[in-house]
Design a protein. Structure first.
Length: 283
């Protein structure tokens, strides 16, 4: 995939036998270890299930840890294996594209948001959930950012995403599984909107509490000659190509490479070509 970033946020956490391991893949490893523990314990794992699974009634009575522990109980199954494969592949692609910190916000929202929504619904009707989330919603995020990527043979990612969400929605509707339907739409909707926000399609309103402008200090009047001399270094810094490149790299590190405009991408590519040319001339 094209569009990978260049900062430390976009690099692997470690390597194993020469293969890069990203934070998204550490999540998969943790899920698999917990699955093996559940499999080894067998029927003895039932008490663990009763204390980890999400239940709106139990959370409302004070067992708030269930909001975050519901995804830790996963018995071995073929569906679990497919989910882990999707988390490994698509999660790693998204982390390489947006960076580790942005990916943490993405997956953290996918993991926690549905339980808070189910908690609100649980005020009127009890809701339950257990098992890791995120496999399909991460694929939705991938398809949002790479809609033309071929997946499942030659099927484009955007069409595969629509088909999968449609099929799962019909399954939940036919079985009247309202909790599953809420879970599906909440996680997939969040993943889609999160990526669109990273792409710059819309911006969130800033809270005035954290957006107060600092008071401006009044500087003493300077002679015109001194003012022009003081302004010269600032103007030179603004005109410096390296300063522009540094600003673009900072923008990639904070918002992902998808936030760059076409003009900014061209400027970054031109700077890279110029750097390669200078290196070849030195040789």
């Amino acid at each position: 995939m094209s569009g990978y970033g260049f900062s430390e946020e976009h690099r692997p956490v470690t390597y194993w036998r020469g293969h890069p391991i990203y934070a998204a893949q550490f999540v998969v490893i943790a899920y698999c270890v917990l699955m093996v523990v559940v499999a080894v314990l067998g029927s003895a794992a039932a008490p663990i299930f009763t204390w980890l699974g999400f239940s709106s009634e139990r959370v409302l009575t004070g067992q708030v840890w269930r909001l975050a522990t519901y995804g830790l109980f996963n018995p071995p199954s073929l569906f679990f294996a497919v989910d882990m494969l999707m988390l490994w592949w698509f999660g790693g692609e998204l982390e390489r594209t947006f960076g580790r910190r942005v990916y943490a916000w993405l997956y953290g929202g996918i993991y926690l948001l549905p339980t808070f929504v189910l908690l609100l619904v649980g005020v009127f009707e009890p809701t339950f959930a257990v098992g890791q989330p995120g496999a399909l919603s991460l694929f939705i995020a991938f398809a949002t950012h790479f809609p033309g990527a071929p997946v499942f043979f030659t099927l484009l990612a955007k069409w595969a995403a629509l088909i999968l969400v449609g099929i799962y929605s019909l399954i939940h509707l036919s079985s009247r599984n309202w909790t599953g339907l809420i879970f599906l739409w909440t996680t997939c909707g969040y993943a889609h909107l999160f990526v669109r926000h990273q792409q710059g399609a819309f911006s969130l309103p800033a809270l005035s509490l954290f957006n107060r402008k600092p008071k401006l200090r009044t500087l003493p009047d300077l002679p015109a000659k001194k003012m022009s001399a003081a302004a010269t270094p600032a103007a030179a810094a603004e005109d410096s190509p390296m300063a522009e490149v540094d600003a673009l790299l900072d923008k990639i590190a904070t918002s992902g490479i998808g936030s760059l405009t076409a003009k900014e991408r061209a400027k970054l590519e031109a700077a890279r070509a110029d750097l390669l040319r200078k290196q070849s001339e030195r040789r």
